[in-house]
Design a protein around this ligand. Sequence first.
Ligand SMILES: [Mg+2]
Length: 210
Amino acid sequence: MIDWDRLDLIVFDLDGTLYDQPPVRRRMAVMLAGEVIRSRSTAVPRMLGAYRRRREALAEAMAQDFAREQYCLPGCDPGAVRAVVSEWMEQRPLPLLRRFRVEGAGRLFARLSASHKVAVHSDYRVEAKLAALGLSTRYAVAAEDVGRLKPDPAGLRWLMAMAGADPSRTLMIGDRDDRDGEAARRAGVRALIRGRDFRHYNDPVFGHAA
Ligand SMILES: [Mg+2]
């Protein structure tokens, strides 16, 4: 059980935590297949696959200069990688997100915002996706803002400093124990992991929130 009255700051991850990723990924795969047919080239999906693997490796390595390194793929111009990532991972998924928002998220955000400080902490840019989801928070931090990918706790620590919140009065809500859960452990913060501890925001664990 979570004693919500003893918490000041609630930090949500975004992808997979505030919306369901599999149906968005399936629709993006269909769009990518169309791009392969149109361009008669598999360059874009190959580049996106390599970029995702590179980000995972940089997160594992706790790389300090990941913001520049993430776009450095073998045989690719970093500017071209950045443009493809922006189009296919940041812009094109936006219209899909609202439909797959996790059940109960809107009501929980409204309730928590009245009684707690609510924040989003993602390894990707937050603002456009959060707006597309129809949600807003007092604080938002992306990995590039703090120069570190999760599970580095830098983003979580930055949010606690901004909110003036102690680790014991902070809760991290994410979907990956090896990223969100581990960042929370390193910061001395308790975590709830979607898929393990709850499935949606009408779950009983949120029943006494706010
Ligand atoms: Mg996630």
